[in-house]
Design a protein around this ligand. Structure first.
Ligand code: MRU
Length: 348
C-alpha cells in the first residue's frame, strides 16, 4: 500500500476521545459510504444508542467506545463522594454493557475499566477519573498493537496473489486501526502481495458492501463485491484460496460467534477444501463459555430485513421475521484461530 493510501485509511477515525471537551467522537458508520460524518457523544445514553444502532460497530470498536464512554461519563459526573462515584460507575457499566449481547469485547473492556479502580481502592475521586481516562486510552492502544500483530501472524498463512474471501466488516472500521481479518490484507498490500479480495455484501445490514468494500477500495486493494449467495460459485471457480473472518466471541473449545452467515461460509469452505481462518484479538476469547452453545446470539429488529435499504417495503406487512445478528461456527470447520499472540486453535 502506498503511504498516501495508508494515510487515507488511517484518516478514518473509528472512535476517538476528546479530552478537552469530555466527549467521545465516532465516525457514524450508518452513513457510510455516502458520507463520512462524525458524531460527538456526551452522555451514557448517546454512547448506548450509538452502539445499539451500529453507528459504531465491530467487536473491538464497541469495546473501545464503551471504555471511552464510561471514562467520559465519570469525568462529567461532578461529585466528590467516593461511594457515590462507585455507584454511578456501576450503573453506567451495567447500562453500556447491555447495549449488545454477543461481542464479549464490550463487557471485557468495561471489566478492565473496573479493574483499574480496584487496583487503586484508596485513590481520591479525581485520581480515579485520571486512571479511567488512561485505561480507556490504553485499551485503544493495545487494540491497535494487537491488530498489527494479528496481521503479521496471519500473513504467514497466505501467499502472494491469493484470492481471499471475507464476510461482514472486520477491518479498520471495526477496530482501532487496520482490523482483524483485513489486517493481513493491508500488510500484504504494503508488501506487494497483490491479493484479490471478494467481499460478501452481508445481509441484512450490508457491512460488507457499505464498509469492507469502501475501506478496501480507499486503501487501493483489489476488491470485488459479491452477494452472500454467490460465495459458493466463486469458490467453485477456484478464485478463493482462503476465507478470512473476524469474531465476536470465541468459546474455550474454539467455536466462534461471528456475523450471521459466517457458519454457512465455513461449511462451503469445508466442502471445497478451502482453509477457513478466524482472526481476532485475545480479548475476544471468552473462556467462561465452554462451547458456542453458551454464547448469547443477538436478535435484531424485523425492519432490518423487510424495509431497510429498499425504496419501498419489500415484504408483506405483518410477515414473521427471524433476524439473528450472529451465528456460531463449530471449531471443526476452522483451520486456525489467529490472535496477536499466535495461533489459539489449529485444526490440521
Ligand atoms: O453487527 P456488527 O457489524 O457489529 O458485527 C461485526 C462482526 O461480526 C465482525 O465480523 C466482528 O465484530 C469482528 S470485528 C473485527
Amino acid at each position: 500500500m502506498k503511504q498516501e493510501q495508508a494515510n487515507g485509511l488511517l484518516r478514518l477515525k473509528t472512535v476517538a476521545f476528546n479530552e478537552a471537551r469530555d466527549a467521545v467522537v465516532i465516525l457514524d458508520q450508518t452513513q457510510l459510504p455516502r458520507r463520512e460524518s462524525y458524531l460527538t457523544l456526551t452522555t451514557a445514553e448517546d454512547v448506548w444508542e450509538a452502539i445499539k444502532r451500529l453507528k459504531v460497530r465491530g467487536a473491538p470498536a464497541i469495546g473501545i467506545a464503551a471504555a471511552y464512554g464510561i471514562a467520559m461519563c465519570m469525568r462529567r459526573w461532578k461529585g466528590e463522594d467516593r461511594a457515590a462515584f462507585l455507584a454511578e460507575f456501576e450503573r453506567v457499566k451495567t447500562y453500556l454493557g447491555g447495549a449488545r449481547p454477543t461481542a464479549v469485547n464490550l463487557t471485557a473492556a468495561l471489566e478492565r475499566m473496573a479493574r483499574v479502580m480496584r487496583r487503586h481502592p484508596d485513590a481520591p475521586v479525581d485520581e480515579w477519573r485520571r486512571l479511567l481516562t488512561d485505561e480507556a486510552l490504553a485499551i485503544r492502544a493495545d487494540d491497535a498493537q494487537a491488530c498489527r500483530r494479528i496481521g503479521e501472524n496471519a500473513l504467514a498463512f497466505l501467499r502472494p496473489g491469493m484470492g481471499l474471501l471475507t464476510h461482514c466488516n472486520a477491518g479498520h472500521l471495526a477496530v482501532s486501526e487496520y482490523g482483524t481479518a483485513l489486517s493481513p490484507i493491508y500488510l500484504g498490500q504494503e508488501r506487494g502481495y497483490g491479493f484479490k479480495v471478494f467481499a460478501d455484501e452481508t445481509r441484512p445490514l450490508l457491512q460488507g458492501a457499505r464498509l469492507t468494500a469502501y475501506e478496501l477500495r480507499e486503501a487501493g486493494v483489489d476488491v470485488t463485491l459479491i452477494c452472500d449467495n454467490m460465495a459458493s460459485l466463486v469458490m467453485r471457480q477456484g478464485w478463493v484460496r482462503a476465507v478470512l473472518v473476524g469474531c465476536d466471541r470465541v468459546a474455550a473449545n474454539g467455536d466462534v460467534a461471528n456475523k450471521i452467515g459466517t457458519s454457512g461460509l465455513a461449511i462451503l469452505a469445508h466442502h471445497y477444501g478451502i482453509p477457513f481462518y478466524v482472526l481476532g484479538p485475545t480479548s475476544t476469547i471468552d473462556t467462561r463459555c465452554a462451547t458456542g452453545a453458551d454464547i448469547v446470539i443477538e436478535e435484531r429488529q424485523p425492519e432490518e430485513v423487510t424495509e431497510m435499504w429498499y425504496a419501498h417495503r419489500m415484504a408483506p406487512e405483518g410477515i414473521s421475521v427471524y433476524n439473528p445478528a450472529f451465528d456460531v461456527t463449530p471449531h471443526e470447520l476452522i483451520r486456525a484461530i489467529i490472535t496477536e499472540e499466535g495461533v489459539f486453535y489449529e485444526n490440521i
